[in-house]
Design a protein. Structure first.
Length: 259
């Protein structure tokens, strides 16, 4: 029964991906002449696709402290990172442009999804491109496009919140925008608390293969996720801003290292 459920979810997910690619094609066509409108289209279509995935895959999301989200306000969203599911959860709640690595650009399947979604690709190794990338993120924020940054740089095993990569926080100072810290907590898998015994069914990190992990994840009937919004923060120094964001996220995070 669980394998039939997983197959049903996998087929449905494939249909959602095809629909996503179809509608994102309009954004790709618009990008040459109307880049800002194309990006907003891409963010909206991505958000709708994320919602469809969550509903079909049985992922229930609870948003806490929503009062800290000001309608119409553009933010840099700083989020902890545990899994590819983070993208679906966050994207469903907050339409935005995701920052991801250039290595992802050439990755089969996932790279195509990122390009269709018009993600902002950064080189995590080259310092020569860093200033240009900071200006690129700042330009998006200045134009009213929210940006999402998984500031740890890579997904973790859920034991805690890893140190943040701080340079891209400089974009907030250039654009005059605030950082909105968001904490993702995976709470239950099929009503069982997420902990050391089952966290690898949801956390995707290190050298884990993508498709086998997805197949294992889809065997679960229901996944409950909590998103905690902290108050927006500002700081004159980007390192201080990064550390404040990390402290806010860590303060709301529930470690998966123990049950």
């Amino acid at each position: 029964m669980t394998s039939c459920r997983a197959l049903f979810k996998l087929i449905g997910g494939g249909i959602i991906v095809l629909a996503f690619a179809f509608w994102q094609t309009f954004g790709v066509c618009l990008r040459r002449w109307f880049p800002l409108a194309a990006r907003r289209w891409a963010n909206r279509v991505t958000s709708l696709g994320c919602r469809a995935f969550l509903r079909h895959w049985g992922v229930a999301v609870t948003l806490r402290n929503a009062r800290h989200v000001a309608p119409g306000q553009t933010h840099l969203y700083a989020v902890n990172h545990l899994s590819y599911l983070d993208i679906l959860v966050h994207g469903a709640l907050f339409p935005s442009t995701f920052v991801t690595s250039r290595e992802m650009h050439g990755t089969p399947f996932l790279g195509h999804i990122c390009r269709f979604a018009q993600c902002f690709f950064v080189d995590r190794i080259s310092r020569r491109r860093l200033a240009q990338e900071i200006r690129g993120v700042a330009a998006l924020l200045e134009s009213g496009v929210p940006v999402t940054l998984f500031a740890e740089g890579a997904a973790s095993d859920g034991a805690g919140v890893e140190p943040f990569k701080s340079p891209l926080f400089k974009a907030c100072a250039l654009a005059g925008t605030l950082v909105l810290p968001l904490t993702l907590n995976y709470r239950t898998l099929d009503s069982a608390p997420v902990g050391p015994g089952n966290r690898d069914d949801v956390c995707w990190y290190g050298g884990m293969a993508f498709f086998p992990h997805v197949w294992r994840l889809l065997h679960h009937r229901r996944i409950e996720v909590e998103v905690v919004v902290s108050p927006p923060i500002a700081a004159a120094d980007y390192r201080e801003l990064s550390e404040k964001a990390r402290e806010a996220i860590a303060g709301s995070y529930v470690s998966l290292a123990h049950q």
